[in-house]
Design a protein around this ligand. Structure first.
Ligand code: ADP
Ligand code: MG
Length: 244
């Protein structure tokens, strides 16, 4: 069997006295889509940030495509570029055009030529349905459009895995589906994805597996069908009773 693309072994992390990640074990195969779900404060964002090394961990290992995440330096920048991340807030550069937002990383980090980066950038904007906005600035776009640009910007770096941390929770309801549709498309094309979301429709449509976290632990994991219709733990049952 080939090594999974993302492997977490015995990962632990504290914030002061708070044990925020407790012996996390996770394996994500190439092309697999994993939805992470759980109450606020359960450690979902910290988990994503640890995978991207925006947070350090105290013990355990995180491996991306066979490479153990290094602590710092150039190698880290390279490895981080292998992991795309989309946050709740879109974090686009306000004073740059949409196209410049997309090409900045490829030019600076991936050392692409400007015209090649722009050609690819336009293809990606096309794919997420905002090519017509290429010369506009972020504030001129709706939240849903900005989040689709943020996805395109991550894709421009040709990541091996994409992390999404509640990508639709800051959006007005009518814009949620346009973002989820792009994500479903990516999943169907075989992108490896870790998605923190409470959007059950997305989980059922696109996820191979749901991981339920509570109190810094992975409490249970299952197929979306099983998890949503037949949760095993009391904690998952309580949580689902609140969100459904
Ligand atoms: P979730 O994304 O599941 O809501 P988080 O990973 O954001 O959970 O947070 C898990 C816990 O860690 C929470 O109790 C939160 O308050 C705490 N926490 C998160 N980031 C920090 C930080 N930088 N410093 C101290 N505590 C933090
Ligand atoms: Mg969070």
């Amino acid at each position: 069997m080939t090594e999974p693309l993302v492997v977490l072994k015995d990962v632990n992390k504290h914030f002061g006295d708070l044990h925020v990640l407790k012996d996390i074990q996770m394996e994500i195969g190439k092309g697999e889509v994993v939805v992470v779900i759980g109450p606020s404060g359960s450690g979902k964002s910290t988990l994503c940030r640890a995978i991207n090394r925006l947070e350090t961990i105290e013990s355990g290992t995180i491996t991306i495509d066979g490479n153990k995440l290094p602590e710092e330096g150039k190698e880290l920048a390279q490895l981080r570029a292998d992991v795309g991340m989309v946050f709740q807030s879109f974090n686009l550069f306000a004073h740059k055009t949409i196209l410049d937002n997309i090409t900045l990383g490829p030019i600076k980090v991936r050392k692409q030529k400007k015209d090649a980066a722009e050609k690819r950038g336009m293809e990606l904007l096309e794919r997420v349905g905002v090519a017509q906005q290429a010369q506009k600035f972020p504030a001129q776009l709706s939240g849903g459009q900005q989040q689709r640009v943020a996805i395109a910007r991550s894709l421009a770096m040709e990541p091996k895995v994409m992390l999404f941390d509640e990508p639709t929770s800051a959006l007005d309801p009518e814009m949620i589906n346009e973002v989820l549709d792009v994500m479903v498309g990516l999943a169907k094309e075989g992108m490896t994805m870790i998605v923190v979301t409470h959007e059950m429709g997305f989980a059922r449509k696109a996820a191979n597996r749901v991981v339920f976290m509570d109190g810094g632990q992975i409490v249970e994991e299952n197929t979306p069908e099983e998890f949503f219709t037949n949760p095993k733990s009391d904690r998952a049952k309580d949580f689902l009773a609140k969100i459904l």
